[in-house]
Design a binder for this molecule. Sequence first.
Ligand code: SF4
Length: 176
Amino acid sequence: MLLESYTKEIFRSKCNTQAQSVHCFAHLDQDISEVIPYLNAELGGDAFTREPPSVTFKAHGKLITVHPDKIAINALQDEEEAEKICRWLQSEINDIWERRDEIEPRYAARGQPQLLKVLKLLPTNAQCSKECGQPTCMVLAKLVAEGAKSPEDCPHIEPDNLEQMEQYLAQFEMEV
Ligand code: SF4
């Protein structure tokens, strides 16, 4: 087992003291540098730094950055959710480390869809009631490009455009 234990630090944003959400640092008791390129390969890093190694990706609707001695997780409801995600990550890290001989480590980020390309495939001039839950198509496009929302959240998207979107997002290992 590579990662045996960690200590959580829960805090609120200093920039927005009114925010209800909390952030979490998990301070790791073991150095996990060597697994980071394997995490990047398996979990689809949006950003990857080689030296010192770190990878950033989205999972469970959170932005997560893994460093050799620390994991940062943003916008959590509470400590209970932080613990749940930390335990999931510990399990992923240990599982990926066990399977590392079968995995090709990756030393580059997978890239991100272009915002304008995603926006072009949404029905930006539809008469809609914002059923996607966002104030504008641009906001939904940004969330889709980040992997946080699906284009299917817009009920007005044309079937052909949805198919094109699926093919485009698949290049970034994103599912609709
Ligand atoms: S429901 Fe569709 S058309 Fe309406 S704002 Fe959302 S993305 Fe745009």
